[in-house]
Design a protein around this ligand. Sequence first.
Ligand code: CTP
Length: 417
Amino acid sequence: MIAGEREPLLAGKKIVLGVTGGIAAYKAADLASRLKKEGAELRVVMTEAAAEFVQPLTFRVISGNPVHSRQFEEPRVWSVEHVALAEQADLIVVAPATAQIIACMALGLAPDLLSTVLLAARSPILAAPAMNTAMYFHPATQEHLSILRARGVVLIGPDEGGLACGATGTGRMSEPAVIAAAARRLLALSGRLAGRRALVTAGGTRERIDPVRYIGNFSSGKMGYAVAAALAAAGAAVTLISAPAALPPPAGVQFVQTESALAMREAVRERFAASDIVVMAAAVADYRPETAAAEKIKKSGGELVLTLTENPDILAELGRRKQGKIIVGFAAETEEARARGAEKLKRKNADFLVVNDVALPGAGFGVDTNIVSFLYPDGTARDLPLMSKKEIAGLITEEIVRLLPNDNKSAKENENE
Ligand code: CTP
């Protein structure tokens, strides 16, 4: 390698690219070329329908390898190779992923070579759905996608825009550059947090007023759940301590359900000593009713005054007894996000703070995207553009990997010494 030239990020990584039959198949050629340029050893498997859209020869030239497509035409090759392909792959990327292949994956069906490879897969799988809007929103497709998500398949897109059928809507395959970046991140991070324990909090706490009412907030839990999934994908043993959120717990994560700030604090304290990484993404209520009424409060015709008591600041407490752990905080602001975030970072003694201005469009509660900045104790900041919460979770994970001391000793081992 010439001095100053960076090593291709996917050097030596074995990637199987599955191409299925949609108009976006032509974009898969661009994706294949990007993966190849990053140094991946690429094998392409096409469905018969995909070969109607793009000539296998295109992928043969780009990948430098024979293209696997028809299941029964080359029995000698396929009978050996479908298992070998699945076993040797570091990553399988399915792009575009039609409703059909998504259904096969969810249901474990193996009618052709690609679905057979996917069923035999041991590596992480990344899929980029692409289809007509009605097909995408059909309850069957949505159910299949949730099954895949729960199993840990990483889904990228689909995006909104003009579709092959002439309509505009959700269903366009994400851009090849975005899919390639996700593949890079998945491979770069895979196994990097093996042996590490992570605690992640998420959701908005509920502070009881009486048995049927509470003080809450608009946090959906999406950011914290995405962080838990990303840390788990990087190999960490993750415990997700969640306030109520309408989301399924990510695959492979130990899940602890809590409700109030005090209950979350207890759950965090119990596990803090044995953790290497703590990410406080929960929106913790700063105040709780002084007393929660034992019976439902009845209308009295006049004013009702609630006295609120301040909750402990969980993050600040952890920051005071940091013990070499990586602690990440969040801050949701509505004005002067940067200055207020910097003050919070200092006060709570975190390694970095993820700050977002919840008043900006595309940012904040409930939505799948966010606009955040990472703030560091030395006063520097990294501003990120609008991106999905999943992508932000990947970047948070990268940052944690970068910050972790490289002694390969987990907090658990230190504790046992
Ligand atoms: N946090 C916490 N315990 C609390 C309040 C907040 O651990 N009682 C954590 C959150 O999980 C988040 C960070 O602190 O990681 C910032 O939360 P935020 O509500 O923005 O900050 P506050 O300290 O409550 O500041 P303020 O309400 O004054 O903006």
